[in-house]
Design a protein around this ligand. Structure first.
Ligand code: ATP
Length: 205
């Protein structure tokens, strides 16, 4: 029997935007994942700066953004740990929760492919889950061939098998924060409830 697939989408979600929910939904469909769990990080070990909004606000914004989608969930697991949070530990925790009849699929945007080599225990992570790289339509798919010398052929083949094409959604949290600070229009980038929450709590000013 085929194993259940549980997808995890990690990130800082500072704030969560319609790009995140659109690609999560599309990727889940393509890999037949029964759910996508958003896993906000306390901070990204590879991003120089801390998130602008605090943990609780980022968590609430995700809860608002995913409320209408019953196959989406959010976990505060990484937020409750001392920083930084490593993906391998998170994958192992969810694998233990869901048991051996489930495959954990960690979704990562293809823009982060070159950073993968710097991730903590990346080889163990590739072995421990399906590391699925989502590349945007209209862009070149990622090519892991250059990593064969360090990660070995089997790992590279596994990565290549788990490449997912997702729709192009040209939105980033960075652009949203800049627009918010400049008083620009954001209706097409954020869930209306998230925009409301940001305004009420005077975030990213
Ligand atoms: P920032 O602009 O602050 O770097 P971001 O918008 O890239 O933020 P993250 O929280 O870093 O958001 O992203 C979480 C995950 O979602 C990452 O794997 C990232 O590559 C992916 N992602 C973010 N925005 C998009 C998008 N528009 N389309 C596809 N994937 C995305």
């Amino acid at each position: 029997m085929a194993k259940r697939k549980i997808a995890l989408l990690g990130g800082t979600f500072d704030p969560v935007h319609l790009g995140h929910t659109a690609v999560a939904s599309d990727a889940a469909g393509r890999i037949a994942a029964e759910k996508v769990i958003f896993v906000p990080a306390k901070r990204s070990p590879l991003k120089g700066s801390l998130p602008k909004a605090d943990d609780e606000h980022r968590l609430v914004m995700i809860a608002i953004a995913i409320a209408e989608n019953s196959s989406f969930d959010v976990s505060d697991y990484e937020l409750r740990k001392p920083a930084p949070s490593y993906t391998l530990q998170t994958v192992r925790k969810f694998q233990a929760d869901y048991g051996s009849d489930a495959v954990i699929c960690w979704l990562v945007g293809a823009d982060g492919v070159n950073d993968l080599q710097h991730w903590f225990a990346i080889e163990e992570l590739i072995d421990a889950c399906n590391l699925c790289t989502m590349y945007r339509a209209g862009c070149e798919p990622p090519d892991f061939a250059g990593f064969e010398g360090i990660w070995g052929r089997q790992r590279v083949q596994k990565l290549q098998r788990n490449i997912i094409k997702t729709p192009l959604v040209d939105i980033s949290s960075t652009e949203i924060r800049e627009r918010l600070a400049a008083g620009g229009d954001l209706a097409d980038m954020l869930h209306p409830g998230v925009l409301d929450y940001i305004r009420k709590n005077k975030l990213y000013l």
